[in-house]
Design a protein around this ligand. Structure first.
Ligand code: ZN
Length: 441
């Protein structure tokens, strides 16, 4: 794995993953191609030492793990975690907006803002739509399929500056009124057959015929501009969803690289949905997904008291929570603490917060720093300004739910939660080398 091919793979992964459902589908097929066996949560698991497995929940969260030899209660798991979701515009259930008599020909879809999106960059983009659709077939059975239109379908046009002279000095954005994308100019937008349009897409995109009706959908708008290397010397990676698909990819590639190195440790990667909305769901980091998988592994591979074995296993484990950090923006350097502003392309960032918004402590910092030394990778530290609030991530949630020792790390980025974020082209690669080292430790 060299840096160039790593970054090309990252760009491809971002392209293939416009929604959490697609990200999990992409990871599942990548891992299955490398010999990971798919488990269903509903089934009895027959786990074998030395083998590798994946399991997903809701189609939007995934856990991949490898089993070493012996009792995991004695060795614990080396775990990494990231999240599959990113802030965006999500279609409302009744998607077609009532016609405004003044603009009767404009077909618009109603949207909710998912997560803490930076809304201004969503204007004047060529947007497409992707996600999951539930349907009923003519024989009465229910089905579910992923759709991705892949081509520009919609746009949110800006208001001309002539009609808002304060646009550059005093602009506010009303999510309900200003954000509905425009899709078409129909003679009668009110008559647009939304469900018929989805039925047609199920047939043309997935070859699903005899659909009697669409019952529900979870569809998200996304920017069709492809991820790209940017800069005089390709210093940057520009893309939507770098937060946090970049980290999912780092975890996936590190786990796969470890397998190629023929290590046979107890390693695990968890990528949760719903981090951007608080993680509080059945498949989110605050839900029971990870603990449930760990308990089932322990029940199969440990021989002692089940409840005690799983706790011993967790206490011998370490969890690297990977999520992007705020890089020091050259135009806004005063937004950072002068001594703790991470620079792009200067290596992964250890995120520290006295108030436990990050789960990092001095012990886990020391372990991570020594891994960076072994991988010959530079490392930096982020602490928010003392007069500003601090973000958070799955690290503290997983640490408090599981009781596992945790460190919060990630690569520095600009424009977090924009529709197009920017990372350094060295940092994801640096971090992957460290995580690979961790999995082999
Ligand atoms: Zn994030």
């Amino acid at each position: 794995m060299d840096k160039l091919s790593f970054n090309e793979g990252l760009l491809q992964f971002l392209r293939q993953s416009p929604t959490p459902f697609h990200a999990v589908q992409t990871m599942q097929s990548n891992l299955q191609a490398a010999g990971f066996e798919l488990l269903n949560e509903e089934d009895t698991w027959h786990l074998e030492s030395g083998k590798r497995y994946i399991v997903q929940r809701n189609g939007s969260s995934i856990i991949a793990f490898t089993l070493g030899q012996g009792d995991p209660a004695e060795s614990g798991f080396r775990m990494t975690g990231a999240h599959t979701d990113s802030p965006c515009l999500k279609l409302k259930p009744n998607a077609v907006m009532p016609v405004n008599p003044q603009t009767g020909s404009a077909l618009q879809f109603a949207v909710e803002v998912y997560g803490g999106a930076l809304l201004a960059p969503w204007f004047d983009r060529d947007l497409s739509l992707a996600g999951r659709v539930e349907y009923r077939l003519a024989d009465g059975s229910l089905g579910s399929a992923l759709l991705d239109w892949q081509r520009p379908l919609a746009t949110v046009p800006s208001l001309a500056i002539h009609l808002d002279r304060e646009a550059n000095s005093n602009r506010t954005i009303n999510a309900q009124k200003d954000m509905p994308p425009v899709l078409a100019l129909e003679s009668s937008a009110a008559d647009f057959d939304f469900n018929g349009w989805l039925v047609e897409a199920l047939q043309t995109q997935q070859g699903i015929t005899h659909v009697a009706g669409v019952l529900a959908h979870e569809l998200y708008f996304y920017d069709t501009q492809a991820p790209a290397m940017v800069g005089l010397h390709n210093d940057f990676i520009a893309s939507a969803r770098l937060d946090n698909l970049l980290s999912c990819y780092v975890g996936q590639q590190s786990l796969l690289a470890d397998q190629q190195a023929n290590a046979d440790g107890f390693n695990l990667l968890v990528c949760n949905d719903h981090e951007e909305v608080g993680s509080n769901s059945a498949c989110g980091a605050q839900g029971p997904f990870l603990r449930s998988v760990l308990a089932r592994i322990s029940a199969r591979l440990s021989s002692g008291d089940a409840a005690e074995c799983v706790e011993r296993m967790i206490r011998r484990s370490l969890f690297l929570s990977i999520d992007n950090a705020h890089g020091l923006h050259p135009n806004f350097a005063d937004k950072h603490d002068g001594n703790h502003g991470p620079l792009l392309n200067q290596g992964p960032v250890i995120k520290v917060n006295a108030n436990q918004r990050y789960a990092t402590n001095s012990r886990t910092t020391a372990l991570f720093r020594s891994l960076c030394e072994q991988a010959e990778v530079p490392v930096q530290t982020f602490v928010v300004r003392s007069d500003m609030g601090c973000g958070s991530t799955i690290g503290p949630i997983t640490a408090s739910g599981l009781g596992v020792e945790t460190i919060d790390i990630g690569v520095p980025t600009y424009g977090m939660h924009s529709i197009r974020e920017l990372a350094g082209s060295d940092d994801a690669w640096y971090l992957a080398r460290v995580v690979q080292r961790f999995y082999q430790s």
